[in-house]
Design a protein. Structure first.
Length: 318
């Protein structure tokens, strides 16, 4: 079965064209991106989506639908995360997309998003790690999962993301050390309830498929062979490397940061917030390093649908 999987995130929208085959990992043949920022609504207390953002979202969905038609997709899957979980305009946008384009968007709950992220990363984790912990920092939320072997035992989503922290706390350009410390303190305050809720928090290795973590690892390594999307899986970011990077960020203007080897210019505005969140997570978990991994939400959505198809086929044959 050929599917088009659309995910509406905080800072971008993506369409993955994939082949789902029973008993096999999804085969992604193409990924298309739109730079629509649904997180723009976090500037207001009610998370209202600006009219232009709604119009841009409809336009991007229409473009994605046409690509799916050209690719002869059998089905379109559409999912949304934190911005539409929280916005007062969610229902209006969902109804408009459904009425105009015939596409139903499923708004994921926080725990659902965390579970799907784990499904998407599971195959890329170190099989010898008996209690891997995976976290994914998005624009508006951060998801955590804890597994024993390949079994997911705990998942949670917190309202802490790099774009949300930037919009609500902010910082100068460049942020002086005291502002970097304040960003980390604010991130730590959001994370502190996690220790009591997540069993075995300080056990096992830390992994992350997050683009923000990959960016930080590339910057810390300053390796030209680890450009965005190229060779950035399996990178190890230590706490010491992160501290050194945060010091550099606190003394470097944003436009200069954009020129650093390994930097994804699209993340320049919030890279300091991402660094603060990762530092807070590592300190909370008592771990001195995090390893980047493949997968994430987009992959997890496809894996989930592949498993649904397998179960439906098994049920019919039974």
């Amino acid at each position: 079965m050929k599917v088009g999987s659309i995910d509406l995130g905080s800072t971008s929208m993506h369409l993955a064209i994939a082949e789902l085959k029973e008993g096999q990992e999804p085969e992604v043949s193409a990924v298309h991106r739109s730079s629509v920022k649904l997180a723009a609504g976090w500037g207001s207390k009610s998370h209202e989506l600006p009219s232009q953002v709604i119009a841009d979202t409809i336009s991007a969905m229409d473009r994605f639908a046409k690509i799916c038609a050209d690719e002869n997709c059998d089905m379109i899957i559409a999912t949304a995360t934190a911005p539409l979980r929280e916005s007062v305009d969610s229902v209006r946008l969902l109804e408009q997309v459904r009425d105009e384009l015939g596409i139903s968007i499923r708004v994921l709950t926080g725990p659902e998003e965390a579970r799907l992220i784990y499904l998407g990363t599971r195959a890329s984790l170190d099989g010898s790690d008996t209690q891997p912990m995976v976290f994914d920092i998005g624009g508006g939320s951060t998801e955590f999962t804890l597994a024993r072997g390949k079994e997911l035992v705990f998942s949670v989503s917190l309202s802490l993301g790099h774009m949300r922290l930037f919009q609500r706390v902010g910082h100068d350009d460049p942020p002086p050390p005291e502002q970097m410390a304040n960003l980390q303190a604010r991130a730590s305050a959001h994370l502190s309830p996690l220790r009591a809720r997540m069993p075995g928090l300080s056990h096992g290795q830390l992994y992350s498929p997050s683009g923000g973590v990959r960016t930080l690892a590339r910057l810390a390594l300053a390796d030209p062979d680890t450009a965005p999307g190229k060779g950035d899986t399996g990178l190890v970011l230590t706490r010491e490397m992160l501290s050194e990077l945060m010091t550099r960020l606190s003394h470097t203007p944003r436009e200069e940061v954009k020129t650093w080897p390994g930097m994804d210019a699209r993340r320049a505005d919030t890279v300091c917030c991402s660094a603060a969140i990762v530092a807070a997570i590592m300190d909370l978990c008592g771990r001195d390093q995090v390893t980047t991994c493949d997968g994430g939400l987009r992959t997890g959505i496809l894996v989930d649908w592949s498993e649904r198809i397998r179960r439906a086929t098994t049920h019919r044959s039974g």
